[in-house]
Design a protein around this ligand. Structure first.
Ligand SMILES: Cc1ncc(COP(=O)(O)O)c(C=O)c1O
Length: 489
């Protein structure tokens, strides 16, 4: 199984420290402990799929995905060893918090000490850092701002727009407070109106489902004489992990001449998107989740020139939290008038070591390959979804699995044997707590509540994040434990 080429390529390509990077003992003992505690003896049952992975005759979708995941096992073991995560837990809630790799911690520490030793300040728009990061996201440095986090970026985006009373923003009923809070402020302060689409959940949806819902709602509002001004949505939603399809939704945006605001909290570090090609006006992402930078870091993409991907004029927008205000009308051409990202990034003295550490994390992702990480994360998620489908049935999934446009690395499902138990908040929280306390891997997952069309009450789905420090075995053990717990509860 071991591929020596990728084994050798892993640490240098990713800028990983050489010492201990191939230390797979930690993973081996984790497996061994679990098998012992479950009483599997030699572990034949749990290792069944492993034995099949060398052969080409995968009988099921999950086996085929497992084979794919195991192909580059040595490489990903090297990647796993970039982190300082406690081996006694299995961290599967990256959607809430990532973890800084060792090199990122080193940069954070070294730069903090350098700054202290030299009484340094943070009066900067961090252009040098933005130049290093921007190419990995497919934009120019004037289009990539370093922000405090997703919520901060959403405030910059939404509260900077020149709203007029009666402007309508079309959004969904599965948004996060990070975007909903500035929307509410804009409602109260500027008199905008918010029209929410009820999102269908599960595997029956396709990208066209969501595109049609937005398009139909906008047409209906226009027919009713409303002035629809913007679309705001999460890709993916934090509640069900549904990747609302950005490229397709941008077609709706362009058809109706709207401002486009994407809550992309989970996108940096998970998806290898090219934002210049997607062409949204704003995408606010976290630096501290899947990108594994320090807390209080985020990436805000702001469209600042006319590209083929979005020929609409730039929306009028004012910086709301800044020390840099050039007071210029922005361009109508492919050349920026000014560095709009500087006016988001620069506000008094900023924490330069924190952003230097984020840039180090981005450099590691660029060097591993953002597409490679995306493929791995999504394959792990697809593997998990197939295994959930095999045990619980496809209807247990809140996350779609079959339309590739709707995939993210967040998987949400109903783990309960009695399906209605998912509406019991207490029971769902107990499930999450017991996945940590009752199993030797100490699974860290979460739940989130959301409305389901036609349901009597909110569903409290269980959500699992799969990222670059996991492997197929983590998913196997997780599913076995969740199945075991679901039968006990
Ligand atoms: C969709 C979404 N938006 C915004 C946020 C808030 O993120 P941050 O802490 O980066 O502001 C989250 C956090 O989980 C989220 O899932």
């Amino acid at each position: 199984m071991k591929d020596n080429t990728s084994l050798m390529a892993a640490p240098s390509a990713a800028g990983m420290p050489l010492d201990g990077w191939d230390d797979s003992r930690r993973w081996t003992s984790k497996r061994r402990d679990f098998l012992r505690i479950l009483g599997y003896g030699a572990g034949a049952a749990a290792l069944g799929p492993l034995a099949a992975c060398g052969s080409s005759g995968a009988a099921t979708a999950s086996e085929a995905l497992r084979e794919q995941l195991m192909k580059d096992e040595a490489f990903w073991t090297g990647v796993q060893n970039m982190f300082t995560l406690k081996p006694e837990k299995t961290y599967m809630n990256i959607g809430t918090a990532g973890s800084m790799p060792k090199l990122v911690l080193d940069v954070f520490d070294t730069e903090n000490r350098k700054k202290a030793a030299d009484s340094g300040n943070g009066y900067s728009n961090l252009l040098d850092l933005r130049k290093q990061v921007a190419p990995g996201f497919g934009v120019d440095p004037d289009e990539l701002a370093l922000s405090a986090n997703t919520s901060s970026g959403m405030c910059h985006a939404i509260l900077g727009i020149d709203w007029k009373a009666g402007d309508v923003v079309v959004t969904t009923n599965h948004e996060h407070g990070g975007g909903d809070t500035p929307l509410k402020i804009a409602q109260d302060r500027y008199g905008i109106e918010v029209s929410r689409i009820a999102l269908p959940v599960g595997n029956k949806q396709t990208a066209a489902t969501y595109v049609n819902l937005f398009d139909e709602r906008i047409r209906a509002l226009k027919t009713a004489g409303k002035r629809v001004r913007a679309m705001m949505w999460s890709s993916p939603t934090y509640k069900t992990g549904t990747m609302l399809p950005i490229a397709d939704l941008m077609e709706v945006v362009k058809t109706h001449g709207l401002i486009s605001i994407v809550d992309g909290a989970h996108l940096p570090g998970m998806m290898a998107y090219n934002y210049g090609e997607l062409g949204m006006d704003f995408m606010s992402g976290a630096g501290h989740k899947w990108q594994c930078g320090p807390g209080s870091t985020g990436i805000l993409i702001v469209r600042n020139k006319i590209r083929a991907s979005n020929p609409l004029p730039l929306p009028k927008w004012y910086p709301v939290h800044t020390s840099a205000y050039p007071a210029l009308e922005r361009t109508t051409t492919s050349k920026e008038t000014y560095d709009v990202a500087a006016s988001v990034t620069s506000c008094g003295s900023v924490h330069t070591p924190m952003f230097q550490a984020l840039v180090q994390a981005c450099a590691q992702w660029d060097s591993i390959g953002r597409k490679k990480i995306e493929t791995y994360d999504l394959t792990l998620a697809s593997y998990l979804k197939e295994k959930i489908t095999e045990r619980w049935g496809v209807d247990a999934l809140y996350s779609p699995k079959d339309d590739p446009k709707l995939l993210s690395a967040l998987t949400s499902f109903n783990p309960f044997q009695n399906k209605d138990d998912v509406m019991n908040a207490q029971k769902s929280s107990t499930f999450v707590a017991r996945m940590l306390s009752d199993y030797p891997q100490g699974f860290v997952i979460r739940n989130a509540n959301f409305s389901v069309i036609g349901a009597a009450a909110d569903h409290y789905g269980v959500r699992v994040s799969t990222h670059l420090w996991h492997d197929a075995r983590d998913v196997d053990l997780l599913v076995d434990a969740m199945w075991d717990l679901s039968r006990k509860m």
